[in-house]
Design a protein around this ligand. Structure first.
Ligand code: SF4
Length: 422
């Protein structure tokens, strides 16, 4: 597939530290996005692979086209599991110069992978060992002299290969509820750092970008969790967080800004960047916020708990579910409770449709029952568009499928996407 991806597949052998580039044939043979990712996962299944990739439209102005993925064998189920690269990590993955990355084997010493502009380096991470995700993000950005680098890292929980571990995207945690952070720890892969300044070619660029921008201007621009959790109690969660809200933030190319930055170490209305160094937390996990809200936590305490989990590299959803049973308010007690999390709770939501979260985990709210929910996840990960936005009606799948031809010269319909997974 020449359009919408550029670069080959990067194979990384952590046992030797060597990298190799091979053609991205899987996109033509199996389909784009997660379909190609699953083919790569199968192809290298003997090497316990972690596959990093992006969808067909990721990194373009298509509404919600922020989505990349990490695919690996979950230690929780022994089966292949998919977790999202949201915010700006999916777009940087796409533009890094590699269409997909397959990390095989494990390293004898801690390393991190630095992908930028078609160059891949496996670098010593001994100095990062023991750091939490905030420290790791800062250290890598400082070392590379670039604050826009997206850092997918593990904290102490991942290094200890705990079942509760999750990778974090920069400072804010992630939708990894399948312990892929623990897989990174088992590989001694402390982080994957991404930065790309590439341009993407479209098959019919004029038509593709014109239609993409039309969809973008028609998409509702909303903010807060109600935008993607309407009917689940999103309005109530937004009202609960509201006194602490500093700003709302969207992922790459998303018209909806559902992530919510709450300040509890500084007045929320302070706009100057010269205030306290760590004023609060970007709440990216609607499910974690819902558990703590429903459990009777105060918003400030919930923000501190989510910060503490994100720093440790703990799954926000399972951690919040376990914490929700015993509301706390004292910062020291919250830190201690996070340190004592056992991680035996299943990931899921306290509200919504009955959903079998299957390989995708509960990152996407249960706005529809299993079949429809699963179809939105599959379409989202193939196309690179946030499935929460698809389910919430921010953009419809048929319109997106109509872009596949001008984007990449491929024809896909809903049944075609389903067939990619059989
Ligand atoms: S709906 Fe929310 S999670 Fe999805 S892409 Fe938009 S901002 Fe990100």
């Amino acid at each position: 597939m020449d359009a919408m991806y550029y670069g080959d597949v990067l194979l990384v052998d952590l046992s030797t530290g060597k990298t190799e580039q091979v053609p991205f044939d899987e996109a033509d043979e199996a389909g784009p996005g997660l379909a190609a990712g699953l083919a790569l996962y199968e192809k290298y299944s003997g090497d316990d692979p972690l596959v990093f990739g992006s969808g067909l439209f990721t990194g373009t102005p298509v509404p919600g086209a922020c989505l990349g993925f990490v695919l690996g064998k979950s230690p929780l189920t022994g089966e292949a599991a998919v977790s999202p690269l949201s915010m700006y990590a999916g777009a940087e993955m796409k533009l890094s110069g590699f269409s997909a990355v397959v990390v095989r084997g494990s390293s004898a010493k801690p390393v991190y992978l630095w992908l930028h502009d078609g160059v891949a380096d496996v670098l010593d991470a001994s100095g990062l060992k023991g750091m939490d995700t905030w420290q790791t993000t800062d250290a890598i950005r400082k070392e590379m002299g670039e604050s826009l680098i997206q850092v997918i890292s593990i904290g102490p929980a991942g290094e200890a290969t705990r079942d509760l571990a999750a990778y974090s995207i920069n400072y804010w945690g992630s939708g990894d509820s399948s312990a892929l952070g623990s897989v990174m720890g088992a590989k001694n892969l402390k982080a994957v750092a991404l930065r790309g300044l590439g341009m993407l070619d479209a098959e019919e660029p004029g038509e593709f970008y014109e239609k993409a921008l039309e969809l973008m201007s028609a998409a509702p621009a909303e903010r807060g969790f109600k935008a993607v959790c309407s009917g689940l109690g999103g309005d109530d969660v937004d009202a609960w967080l509201e006194p602490l809200v500093h700003r709302y933030r969207s992922c790459f190319a998303c018209p909806t800004a559902c992530s919510t930055f709450v300040k509890y170490n500084e007045a929320p209305d302070v706009m100057s960047p010269d205030g306290v160094e760590e004023p609060g937390m970007l709440v990216i996990s609607a499910a974690a916020a819902f558990w703590l809200w429903q459990g009777g936590w105060g918003a400030e305490a919930a923000g501190r708990a989510m910060e503490s989990m994100a720093r440790e590299g703990i799954d926000l959803v399972r951690g919040a579910r376990e914490l929700s049973a015993s509301p706390l308010s004292d910062p020291g007690e919250i830190a201690s409770a996070v340190g004592g999390l056992e991680g035996t709770m299943e990931a899921g939501w306290p509200a919504g449709e009955q959903v079998s979260y299957d390989a995708f985990g509960p990152w996407v709210p249960p706005l529809a029952a299993s079949e429809k929910w699963l179809a939105a996840n599959r379409a989202g990960y193939v196309l690179g568009v946030c499935p929460a936005l698809l389910l919430a009606g921010g953009v419809d799948v048929d319109s997106l499928l109509g872009l596949c031809g001008p984007a990449a010269g491929v024809e896909l319909d809903a049944s075609g996407i389903e067939s990619l997974f059989t």
